[in-house]
Design a protein around this ligand. Sequence first.
Ligand SMILES: [Zn+2]
Length: 298
Amino acid sequence: MRHEMAGAAAIGVDIGGTHIRAARISSSGDVSAWEARPTPATPLVIDCIVELARALDEPSVSAIGIGIPGRVDARSGLVLSGGYVDLSTYPLAQAIGERTGRPAFLDNDGNAALTAEHAVGAARGADTVVMFTIGTGIGGAVIADGKLLRGRAAAGQMGHITVDSGGRACLCGRHGCVETTSSGTALRRHMAEAGFAGSSVETLLSRLTDGDAAACSVLAAWAAPMRIAIDTAVAIFDPDLVVLGGGLGAAMHQALAAFPAETPWYRCEVVPASLGDRAGVIGAGLTALNGVAEVKPT
Ligand SMILES: [Zn+2]
């Protein structure tokens, strides 16, 4: 077993709608141990993170990074508002820090995923990148000129690009955000409405290849609005590439082949995340290592 230097690793934690996953991450993004638990009721999330962190702790660990679904002010370590899991009333960084004895750093889960893809994944070396993370909801992040775009605190909420102003109510308070049409939750709804309840997205994609009209219309309801959101992001940021991550990023990338950019203005390379749905955990670990480096410059 390789001997790891004290302070050379961090624990990355990704809070998802269905699972909380954690891993010990080196500064080069290597994963040396994994743990996961089903996401408990919100008040128990802190206990769950502490338990995962204790299971993965060892002398090489210098900090804990946590990727959070929702709007996060990474600079002050506060959760501003949540979605499927709402931790905004909990002093999360402070509580985790006190209970584990390791400094804790928070960021939005989309920022964490893009941090990983930019450091060691599909967006390595790119100057400007837009990422959409497609899971229970849709998150995202933007790197502009090599740096995460934070705005006042919570820039990069890519799931809340409007694709249908007369559409369904969104958790954010508006209607027809791309999260309401193109998330995993939306895909399950489109599938149930078309009589595909219980099928997998892989089955639908293979039926699309066979020209099945019903499968085609489900995938159109899911992927065509995502194309609108991507074209909108390309218009605003003119990125080198768009990365699709989260558990459904690769499936969405395949489904989008039937929905190319609407006009030459919006042509931009769209790629699946190369770290898959591990990007959030790896990025949370790298965020913690970056946080420690900023607090204690060496
Ligand atoms: Zn919204």
